[in-house]
Design a binder for this molecule. Sequence first.
Ligand code: SF4
Length: 352
Amino acid sequence: MSLTDVAGKVERGVRLTAPEGLLLLGEADLSLLRTLASLVRFRKHSDPEVTYVIGRNLSYTNVCWVQCAFCAFYRLPGEEGAWTLTREEILAKVQDLVTLGGTEILFQGGLNPALKIGWYEETFRAIKGAFPVHLHALSPAELLYLAKISGLTLPATLERLKRAGLDSIPGGGAEILVDAVRQQISPLKDTTEEWLECMRTAHHLGIPSTATMMYGSVETPEQRIEHLCQIRELQDETRGFTAFVAWNYQPDHTVLGGTRTDGMDHLRTVAVARLMLDNVPNLQASWVTQGPEIARTSLFYGVNDFGSTVLEEKVVSAAGATWLLSLDEILASIRSAGFTPRRRNTRYERLD
Ligand code: SF4
């Protein structure tokens, strides 16, 4: 199989195999990846528009016992510097977003043994009772642990949270969906099958989610491709993933250490993701980790969405990602690449 053969398959709209994805990731030059990823991007979204959502991250606790080697955000229960927001602090942060005309709350935190299902139900009801926001909340690791410490099954946990206001699930904690990698970087976290089963269950209950990939830690190129295949396979079954976002591992202040991959690797990775994930509608930029220039350039490598305006970021910034852009900077970045910015909600419906 040559790169010409693989390019021909993309042009004919034929699904790529894992070895073909690997060939593209390892050997295609950037200009070929740009051409092929743009072809697929414009097949899926013919208008030269880039969407974005006005949202904020709301990290509700940094207390976590899981001690992932790549994480600089958590504090162990009782450790100095551990915190959990009060209900009032949470509502004040939602109010800040609503005042700015925002619609999406990304509600995520550590695996805090003190917080059981009732805390989340009351918090979600308080948020949804007071504000017209979309609650994009709790990644699989949080959901699986919450079910366990609350003595509930996962479906029962999801159903209760949905009744309390959960609208969709962020795809965080996927890292690389290969157990050999997870054993190295997060041995106490959920397995590949547990992450996938959590998403499968949510999708079957009518709760959509995003999917993520944190690449650039210890995985091989083969394992990056295997991750994409895992997402694609589940999406064939459920159609529950609305978007995919890839970001690179941020090594500062982590136990794992190591180096940060560069922007060229990011462009290769998002382009190959666009080509492999033929059944996932949207690909998000990762400007918080990559900065505005690479995020803008990624719009020519298959990315069609700028994600959330964020407002505040505590997780990857603890590990050295320092980018925060204002809404005006996001809009300018999209326009300077020749695209029209279009505001959306979390369901990817246009709002303007
Ligand atoms: S990545 Fe999440 S689960 Fe792992 S230590 Fe950090 S907060 Fe805990």
